[in-house]
Design a protein around this ligand. Sequence first.
Ligand code: PEP
Length: 249
Amino acid sequence: MRIPIIAANWKMHKDSQEAVDFVESLGEQLRADSVEAVVCPPHPLLGIIAEPCRTYGLKLGAQNMYWEEAGAFTGEVSPLLLKDIGVHYVIVGHSERRQLFGETDQHVARKAKAAFAHDLTPIICVGETQQERQSGQTMSVISEQVTVALTGLDPSQARKAVIAYEPVWAIGSGQAATGTDAAQVAQHIRKVLGEMFSLKLARDVRIQYGGSVKPDNIQEFMREPEIDGALVGGASLDADLFAGIVHNA
Ligand code: PEP
């Protein structure tokens, strides 16, 4: 039984007051929902919203982390620190990290491994670019990203990973994938997981869709049995809109 998971990726938005207001408003609106809702603010806001998130049963997620526990890594944030302030999830390999900050599949793999080593659950982002889709490479790109990211994980860890399928061309563009296309890729991800681990594990892993999700299109994805939730950027900045997505899921 895979529990649906909807995560808000605020990217580099909001200040401390806006963050607390959001959590209180979302928490009040979601009291009866059976969906796991995750809020991923910028790092400095994690500690500020940890307590209100706990109060409302919302999960706390980070947008990134480094794989080392401590050391001379100026500007980086360690899994130990995330765990210490009550973080549950950490997004790794978001396409903005890959495109703007040079993150590779190998980096993503190290981060996923470090997350599990510290009892954090990685939300591992994969997705093809427009050009890769147009040249028929979608499935091979996804195979490579999933395989490298999960290589070396123990099955007991891999089973708990969340994989976010986020076609790069759909992120922030207003042009979401169709439910059918997203489900095809999710099915392909399960095939890769089946080959790497087992069919049982492939069925247990939760797969999100991400890319221009809104309250009025979330059902197109959630009605697909292969898809277990969404990673939401733009529409996660407004508590009412994000609550609408969670309700409609
Ligand atoms: C994202 O950044 O992960 C994302 C899906 O953004 P948006 O919902 O704005 O497309």
